[in-house]
Design a protein around this ligand. Structure first.
Ligand SMILES: [Zn+2]
Length: 116
């Protein structure tokens, strides 16, 4: 048989936006994109919730970026509101951007994706 079908998940810290180590999961055994997982963040120096992002799903890095920038995560790393609700608030002009993840960072991440 051919190569095993694996899916790469990326994890981003809900507190600082730092990218954690990626995790490879066998297709079919993966968790739902966007789910929150406790991982050690090197930048924060402690365990924090990380959001799981997967390319070609309904929750990718661009989605995490929106949640992060609109401050949708509490200090405990939980969502203040569901992502879908946040999106409709943004569409209706009821949400405000409060932080930014630098552009250099998303450029770098895009580059990392192209390199692999
Ligand atoms: Zn962090």
């Amino acid at each position: 048989m051919g190569r095993q079908n694996v899916v790469m998940s990326e994890f981003y810290c809900t507190q600082c936006g730092n990218k954690g180590l990626p995790v490879w999961r066998r297709a079919g055994k993966e968790r739902e994109a966007g789910h929150l997982k406790k991982l050690f963040c090197l930048k924060c120096g402690r365990e924090t919730n990380h959001a799981e992002c997967k390319e070609s799903t309904h929750y990718q890095f661009s989605d995490f970026k929106i949640e992060f920038e609109y401050g949708n995560f509490t200090e405990e790393g939980l969502r203040k509101q569901k992502y879908g609700e946040l999106r409709s608030d943004i569409n209706d002009g009821r949400a405000e951007k409060i932080k930014t993840l630098g552009d250099d960072r998303s450029t770098r991440i895009r580059k990392e994706l192209l390199d692999t």
